[in-house]
Design a protein around this ligand. Sequence first.
Ligand SMILES: Nc1ncnc2c1ncn2[C@@H]1O[C@H](COP(=O)(O)OP(=O)(O)O)[C@@H](O)[C@H]1O
Ligand SMILES: [Mg+2]
Length: 230
Amino acid sequence: MQSRPETQPPALQLDKVSRRFRAGQRVVSVIDGLDLRIEPAERVAVMGASGSGKSTLLNLAAGMDRPDEGRVEVLGEALEDLAEPALTQFRARHIGLVFQDFNLIDSLDVRENIALPLWLNGMDTESGRIAQLAETLGIASLLERMPDQLSGGEKQRVAIARALVHGPDLLLADEPTGSLDETAAARVLDLFDRVTDESGCALVLVTHNPEAAAFCDRRLDLRGGRLHSS
Ligand SMILES: Nc1ncnc2c1ncn2[C@@H]1O[C@H](COP(=O)(O)OP(=O)(O)O)[C@@H](O)[C@H]1O
Ligand SMILES: [Mg+2]
């Protein structure tokens, strides 16, 4: 782990965050006064029943969705203060998000999908970083394919490569081994291990996989709209 100054802000901080959705006539409180603080390089597993709000929580942390109440800060930056396009820029620079349903762009091939954060940052797309990640994730032979020519597990690994290619400070991964076999899942955890260790990137890992959860520093359970130590 890199040495960091004492004043380093948390990688992620949520203060009394709430998010409600309308379901027909009813309003459902999915996230309800939730607090969370994650330090740089810290790894936190978030578990919870299906529908408990795990994906909603990650979307709020990434600024893909806005809370109804409360405050979300990433690296000390309040996301509510950022309007588009500054929010997209901030995300492209600092956050890696592995969506549960991958969210690959159908009109771009695998290499271009992985390169997206580099483009958004004006970073070099020829640095070898794409090839290196693709090799590690076992998708090196797929770089010229289109997303509709990939299996679910292949798409998931492309989404993981895209989330890591720009060297984020905060990696938010939504069940990132959900579509992978044991070997591929172990490789992904290995990669996350190395990245968090070497770069000081913090990790929020939504998972149902006990092995994945065990690899984290803390395990939290999302229940009743809040996080509980488990
Ligand atoms: N955009 C939305 N509009 C309405 N309801 C939503 C929306 N997003 C999520 N929900 C609801 O919020 C609840 C939590 O969803 P989600 O965060 O996907 O749970 P999890 O990831 O833990 O399975 C579910 O009941 C879901 O239907
Ligand atoms: Mg989910």
